[in-house]
Design a protein around this ligand. Structure first.
Ligand SMILES: [Cu+2]
Length: 135
């Protein structure tokens, strides 16, 4: 009889400790971790020359942050412009001088194809174009 009661109170004690531990564990789990938007971005090294981008086709997933590292290995200024799907607006743009590397970040929201070009007069026509294909 007596040993049974001791067992019971020991069990209750264990339960209290267990629930306390669960509680404090919950508090630790609940502390706010800083959100660092690092949801698996993608980066591309792109070379710009007269008159092309290499590579010039980029496949990504919607919502994925993309980092383009554009290196100008040509002899004149080039830029790298991401256009709206219909080509009417410049969404993001970076300009590079010969020998320079510049970084451009872009997060596409739509699953579509964004045209890319160098908008310096005549360059697009000469072949400085690309595509950002978002799935
Ligand atoms: Cu150019």
């Amino acid at each position: 009889m007596k040993s049974q009661r001791v067992m019971l109170s020991a069990l209750v004690g264990l339960l209290i400790i267990a629930s306390l531990a669960a509680c404090s564990g919950g508090t630790i789990g609940g502390t706010k971790a800083p959100v660092s938007g690092g949801s698996g971005g993608k980066s591309f090294n792109v070379t710009a020359t007269e008159f092309e981008f290499k590579p010039n086709k980029f496949e990504v997933t919607a919502g994925q942050k993309i980092t383009f590292k554009i290196t100008n290995k040509g002899t004149v200024e080039h830029n790298f412009v991401i256009l709206s799907p219909d080509g009417s607006q410049e969404l993001s743009k970076i300009t590079t001088q010969p020998g320079e590397t510049q970084t451009l970040e872009f997060t596409p929201t739509e699953a579509t194809t964004y045209p890319i070009d160098c908008n310096i007069a005549g360059h697009k026509e000469a072949g400085m174009v690309g595509e950002l294909i978002v799935k």
